[in-house]
Design a protein around this ligand. Structure first.
Ligand code: TA6
Length: 285
């Protein structure tokens, strides 16, 4: 197992981690995991070829950390909070007994949030696990939303199906956040999909016949799953996203959003964890 810190794209510091099973890359900018690949497998994560790599800018792909709010609530200037815009610190790398490695990053208190430090643990092995820890060292309860905005790589968006959300209520962001219920056992994509599934703690699976794999997302302390694909019109409108890149990604985001938002008592901590496990599926490509 090895770890090196290099100047990545845009000259931003990037941590490269090698284990006997896999490789990973983490930018300190936003503590964004931009790459995870099990040896002999396709990369797990999508990263736009047009992403910005500049201080203060969100990276388009990988696992952006959304905190302390999701979307753009009234009175908030930036979409999805500021954690993904900040330069985090690398605290260290810990080996675990089974040969995997855990990188620990932190965002000490920021100007906006005195005495609410963040820690982030990225465990690289046969699977990828990320865990965001928020601690309330302030003198009052702290209300926030958190979300791991994960871009999964797919072979062809029109060929995949997402399971695990049947029967779950969701807010449809493409229909003025109207509340609906998921009727389908398998969610498929032939248009923009932007759905905030609420009060759901089930595992979600992305079945990909082109990459011949299933990616399973399991979580701890996540009550919300967001499923997003921008489709072609929104893809064309995003400057940091290629017009055709919508075909090769789907966001499966895990966190606590909207009515699932968190009220953290003084002295308490909130831990949000997601694990990404891929298995080969022998479905024809
Ligand atoms: O993934 C859900 C979502 O809120 C979408 O509505 C879309 O805006 C996406 O996040 C990306 O947001 P960003 O601020 O990264 O462009």
């Amino acid at each position: 197992m090895s770890m090196t810190t290099i100047n990545g794209r845009g000259g931003l510091p990037m941590v490269q981690i090698q284990t006997s099973w896999s490789t990973a890359e983490i930018y300190l900018q936003g503590a964004c995991v931009t790459h995870f690949q099990v040896h002999g497998e396709a990369p797990l994560l999508f990263l736009s070829e047009h992403s910005r790599f500049e201080p203060g800018a969100a990276i388009r792909g990988g696992i952006p950390i959304i905190f302390p709010w999701f979307g753009r609530p009234p009175g908030r200037a930036t979409q999805h909070g500021f954690a993904r815009l900040r330069a985090w610190e690398l605290v260290g790398l810990h080996r675990t007994g089974d040969g995997s490695a855990t990188a620990h990053l932190s965002l000490p208190t920021t100007a906006e949030l005195l005495s609410i430090p963040l820690d982030y643990y990225v465990t690289i092995g046969k699977t990828l696990t990320v865990e965001l820890v928020v601690r309330n060292y302030s003198s009052a309860p702290f209300a926030f939303e958190n979300c791991l905005h994960t871009y999964l790589a797919v072979g062809d968006i029109e060929r995949i199906r997402v399971t695990g959300l049947q029967g779950t209520e969701y807010l449809d962001a493409t229909a003025k956040f109207l509340r609906k219920q998921e009727a389908a056992e398998s969610i498929r994509f032939d248009r923009e999909v932007d759905r905030i599934y609420l009060n759901s703690r089930n595992a979600v699976e992305v079945h990909d016949p082109v990459l011949q794999r299933t990616v399973q997302v399991t979580t701890e302390n996540s009550a919300t799953t967001v499923i997003w694909n921008p489709w072609m019109t929104k893809a064309r409108d995003m400057v940091d996203f290629g017009d055709e890149e919508y075909r090769r990604m789907v966001c499966v985001e895990s966190g606590n959003v909207a009515e699932n938002g968190i009220q953290l008592a003084v002295g308490e901590e909130a831990r949000l964890k997601a694990t990404y496990r891929q298995t080969k599926s022998d479905a024809p490509g």
